[in-house]
Design a protein around this ligand. Structure first.
Ligand code: ATP
Length: 205
């Protein structure tokens, strides 16, 4: 088990958002959580990555965690290469070879020396994803990771996710649409603050 969530409750003031969410993620699995706008998906991910303390319940992660938030957290004044250098130090990586592999897969090597402020939304999101992935985490939490991706990049994203899964990594993707269901091993639906197993749990390989 790389991720275990037990009876998670969360409320903002009087608004109860999560009402007893329980699930597990196994090593080497691709898991989706879908739910309508405002269902509490981002709240759940923020709790899983330790950014938010739940009102009640527990969430535990074993191994390294990667988190790609819905809104890119980049500094417009720095170049792509400067972001990589910063996160190399933050993660304590000996080199950037894996980061450059990811950049090749996502095809944005041409922008290494560009300032992030002038990049397109899709390219910013590619950098956001690369930063979440470059330390090769055991569990990767992705909040609507392919927003702004063109079709080819979207397909490359799923190839990458499947490759990670095949190497024993776990990927948890949240989305407001369930159209990626066939690509997942397990799909959960978040509704009325409770998580239930969706219609697709088929091994997806
Ligand atoms: N910091 C906050 N303070 C108060 N209410 C919040 C806060 N963050 C989220 N909420 C509320 O909690 C509910 C769940 O929000 P959340 O962002 O987790 O939903 P979501 O499923 O990710 O939605 P979306 O698909 O629109 O991104 C919403 O009603 C939202 O308005």
């Amino acid at each position: 088990m790389v991720l275990r969530v037990n009876e998670l409750y969360h409320r903002y003031g009087k608004r109860q958002v999560l009402r007893g969410v329980t699930f597990e993620v196994l090593p080497g699995s691709l898991v989706g959580v879908v739910g309508e706008n405002g269902a509490g998906k981002t709240t759940l991910l923020r709790i899983l990555c330790g950014e938010l303390t739940p009102t009640n319940g527990t969430a535990s992660v074993s191994g390294r965690l990667g988190y790609c938030p819905q809104h890119v957290v980049l500094n417009d004044a720095f170049t792509v290469a400067q972001h990589l250098a910063f996160f190399q130090v933050a993660y304590g990586l000996p080199d950037l070879s894996y980061a450059h592999e990811l950049i090749d897969v996502l095809q944005f090597a041409d922008f290494l020396d560009e300032r992030v402020g002038v990049l397109s939304g899709g390219t910013r999101q590619k950098l956001n994803l690369t930063i979440a992935l470059m330390h090769d985490p055991d569990v990767l939490l992705l909040d609507e990771p392919y927003q702004g991706f063109d079709w080819e990049t979207y397909l490359r994203f799923w190839e990458l996710a499947q490759r990670l899964r095949d190497r024993g990594r776990s990927v948890l993707v949240i989305s407001h649409l369930a159209y990626d269901a066939d690509r997942l091993d397990t799909l959960h639906r978040l509704a009325a603050g409770v998580l239930c197993e969706g219609s697709t749990s088929h091994g997806g390989r």
